[in-house]
Design a binder for this molecule. Structure first.
Ligand code: SF4
Length: 377
């Protein structure tokens, strides 16, 4: 329902900011003093699509290795990806690296403070620009993320679907109208914290909410129903074969090509098993041509003790993957910087895809089981 007038900030900002001062979590990227824009940027990039509990360790390792924008800009992309390995959505890591280089080249290593300059940097969109400008520079800049959308959908009873363009548009309008001239950082952070701790997706804890008195969804009994559910595409199954080619106790890993999904990360060579005539969805339906040139011969499935093949289940967006390990032999070793031989223990230093990490862990487990079985025999 369209609103005729802007909401009254006084009803929303002071109670929420007071609540946040008491109930906000003590997280490693939060501090009571002035915030470092570099650290705001790193934490916000990591927190996109990722749980706080997961981010804490990654954030600590990342800012220890790259304590400022200069050290990040000087690093190789491969090293950044390796520190990011396991956090997913690897494009974020690549864009952080590109963004650090741009801050050094264009601004001499000092973060710009305005939304326009921030949004001109690689990988910084309206949300991240609002976060850096308000949290680090206390500029009166709004922000909207998934938590803020949900809170606004309920506070103002917006009948729109989660993650829809309509909800996003309304949420930005409200964020701009409510953002205070002073203390925008605290307000923005308090809004996101309310969404994370109290106004949660399934079970909002309205009895603890500092904005319960002004919440339209609560007063109309619709708190759990808003925002409306989004239409998701049906998941579909993908079958993969993953090659285990061994030489001298090491396994062959290959780097994923530039320009595609998970570009630059390492994995075991993979192919999709698709019926003839069907399009492939994630991988080619042949082994890499360079492996075929080496006269790859696949033998039986590489298995656990007892002969069962090692299988891994993995999800990428709406793809539900079942991948099976197959043993292979190569006449010659492929050469070039996109191929590496590593032991299982050395493999994580490459910066692996999520599925490759699962295979490495499964193979380590299988190895331990086989060692135990041969000791008993
Ligand atoms: S009262 Fe309930 S639904 Fe409304 S903003 Fe607070 S937690 Fe969310």
């Amino acid at each position: 329902m369209p609103r005729s007038s802007a909401p009254d900030r006084r009803k929303y900002v002071p109670p929420l900011v007071r609540w946040f001062a008491q109930a906000g979590r003590d997280l490693p990227w939060r501090s009571t003093g002035p915030r470092d824009p570099y650290r705001v940027w790193i934490s916000e990039a990591m927190l996109q699509q990722t749980r706080v509990a997961t981010v804490i360790d990654y954030y600590g390792r990342f800012v220890t290795r790259f304590p400022d924008v200069h050290s990040l800009a000087k690093a190789s992309e491969a090293e950044v990806l390796q520190l990011w390995s396991g956090l997913g959505y690897y494009r974020r890591a690549r864009l952080l690296h590109a963004g650090a280089c741009a801050v050094v080249e264009r601004h001499g290593g000092r973060f710009p403070a305005t939304r326009a300059e921030l949004e001109a940097l690689p990988g910084i969109g309206p949300y991240t620009a609002g976060a850096i400008a308000s949290l680090a520079f206390d500029a009166p800049e709004p922000l909207v993320d998934g938590n803020v959308e949900r809170v606004f959908a309920r506070l103002f009873r917006i009948e729109a679907a989660q993650a829809s363009a309509e909800l996003r548009r309304r949420a930005w309008e409200l964020a701009r109208a409510l953002c205070p001239e002073q203390g925008a950082g605290a307000w923005n952070e308090a809004l996101m914290e309310l969404g994370a701790l109290i106004c949660t997706p399934r079970e909002p804890r309205c009895e603890l909410c500092p904005l319960a008195a002004v919440c339209e969804a609560l007063h109309s009994g619709r708190a759990k129903e808003l925002p409306l559910p989004r239409q998701r595409p049906e998941p579909f199954a993908v079958e993969l074969e993953v090659l285990c080619a061994r030489a001298g106790g090491r396994l062959l890993f290959c780097r994923r090509p530039e320009g595609g999904r998970m570009a630059g990360l390492w994995e075991l060579p993979t192919r999709e098993c698709v019926p003839a005539g069907m399009p492939t969805r994630l991988y080619p339906d042949q082994w890499d041509a360079r492996l075929c040139e080496q006269r790859l011969r696949c033998r039986e499935h590489d298995g656990k003790a007892g002969g069962e093949p090692i299988r891994v289940r993995h999800s990428i967006t709406c793809h539900r993957i079942r991948a099976t390990l197959v043993a292979g032999e190569l006449d010659r070793i492929p050469k070039g910087e996109d191929w590496q031989w590593r032991t299982l223990a050395e493999a994580p230093s490459l910066g692996l895809t999520g599925m490759a990490r699962k295979f490495v862990r499964s193979m380590e487990r299988a190895q331990r089981e086989q060692d135990r079985a041969s000791k008993k025999a």
